[in-house]
Design a binder for this molecule. Structure first.
Ligand code: CTP
Length: 403
């Protein structure tokens, strides 16, 4: 189960270049268990075909208010009633203006008037059009009426200009939509999450590292943010976008990650250590590039500090560790739970298309007097389930401490 399981989303697509991203958006929403019905404006059909959106949504795509077949069954009213959310992405300046003024001259605007479901817009337009006073006034009026505006983002635009007006990426829109439906189980809590690998320098151009992609940690950061937490990521070098609304401190080495975490521990309620921290670092880091002068070479290594154990030792935070094992998962993970004095540990079997650098994972979550398996799923889905478990156990833990 995710926050979007069985939710009915009417996706309105209007005529902007960002419409080409909507098949991916539909796919991502369905991946989360949502049912999606697409409504297109005339303009949208200039950018993307209804057939594409029908194929990815698995539903008939609606377009015309005057479609005799659909309207025999009052299609626009049915859609308006079916929706748990009307999401318009991309929402052009024209669409925003027409919604503000209550137009009802096409299917999308009509159903927006006819629905009692919440409405969310992901604006997409040229930066000057976004900044225009009238667009800003319209957006203000829509917000005042309870319409949610998701984005826009800043950056390079299709027209060659740079500024605010880009549609949020599909995954960011999905995260924002999840937030609209999510129970705020972590509301008011501060969560710090380590993620990714660390790099232990040998010389100015070489380092020792590992295969961690950071995907699990970033997915947990997004899920915790969606659940209402204030999230601080402390991330090693990865190739991932920081989730919308999450703060991130970027580090390279284990020592830097240790310092960044310990500096913020006093402002943290829950610490989740997903990073694949290098256990050792070279004793010496050469100032200059090491030359291949010898036929053999040895590198002396020294242990890195254990960040998770150090945070747990402060006894100020609820700690959740990760354990990647190749055998005897439960045994080794329970040993780590006790040895590092953690509140919870999420263990996984590495390999077999799971864990490191993969999109899927499966977890066995352990705590002092219990455990729960989370079956194989995408890291996004697992992260939401894990966040739910952490919220439950954190609540029990704080209730226990108060008694
Ligand atoms: N961890 C950490 N700092 C370290 C090492 C690990 O914070 N220097 C955290 C990881 O983020 C993870 C957990 O500790 O949450 C993993 O524990 P660890 O004992 O390092 O696991 P392994 O390296 O798998 O241990 P072992 O070699 O004993 O199997």
């Amino acid at each position: 189960m995710t926050t979007l399981t069985d939710k009915h989303i009417v996706l309105g697509v209007t005529g902007g270049i960002a419409a080409y991203k909507t098949p991916d958006l539909v796919r991502r929403l369905r991946e989360q268990g949502a049912h999606v019905k697409v409504v297109m404006t005339d303009g949208a059909r200039e950018f993307i075909t209804p057939l594409t959106l029908q194929a990815v949504s698995g539903e008939r795509v609606s377009h015309s208010l005057l479609d005799a077949d659909a309207e025999a069954a009052m299609g626009h009213i049915e859609l308006a009633r079916w929706a748990d959310l009307v999401l318009i992405a991309p929402a052009t300046a024209d669409c925003i203006a027409r919604l503000t003024h209550g137009h009802a001259d096409d299917l999308l605007t009509t159903l927006c008037l006819a629905t009692t479901a919440p409405i969310a817009l992901a604006p997409a337009m040229n930066q000057q059009m976004w900044r225009a006073a009238i667009t800003q006034q319209n957006c203000q009026q829509l917000r005042a009426r309870g319409v949610q505006l998701l984005g826009p983002a800043e950056g390079a635009q299709a027209c060659g200009e740079v500024g605010a007006g880009r549609m949020l990426e599909p995954l960011q829109i999905v995260a924002a939509v999840q937030q609209l439906f999510a129970e705020p189980v972590l509301a008011g809590l501060k969560i710090m999450i380590t993620a990714g690998p660390t790099r232990e320098a040998l010389d100015p151009v070489r380092f020792i590292s590992n295969r961690s992609s950071g995907k699990m940690g970033y997915a947990i950061a997004a899920a915790a943010q969606t659940a209402g937490a204030q999230v601080q990521l402390v991330s090693g070098p990865v190739n991932l976008a920081v989730p919308h609304g999450v703060s991130c401190t970027k580090v390279e080495s284990a020592q830097q990650m240790y310092e960044a975490c310990l500096a913020q521990v006093a402002e943290t309620d829950i610490f989740i250590a997903t990073a694949a921290v290098a256990d050792y670092r070279p004793v010496q880091v050469a100032d200059q590039k090491i030359k291949k002068s010898q036929s053999e070479m040895q590198i002396a290594l020294v242990r890195n500090p254990d960040i998770l154990a150090a945070v747990a030792a402060t006894q100020q935070v609820f700690t959740v560790g990760f354990a990647a094992e190749t055998q005897d998962v439960e045994h080794y993970a329970r040993d780590k739970l006790q040895r590092k004095n953690l509140n919870m540990i999420a263990a996984n079997l590495v390999g077999e298309q799971l864990a490191f650098d993969q999109d899927d994972n499966a977890l066995l979550v352990l705590w002092a007097d219990g455990q729960q398996s989370l079956a194989q799923a995408s890291k996004t889905v697992l992260a939401q389930q894990l966040v739910g478990l952490i919220a439950q156990h954190y609540a029990a833990h704080t209730a226990g401490s108060a008694n």
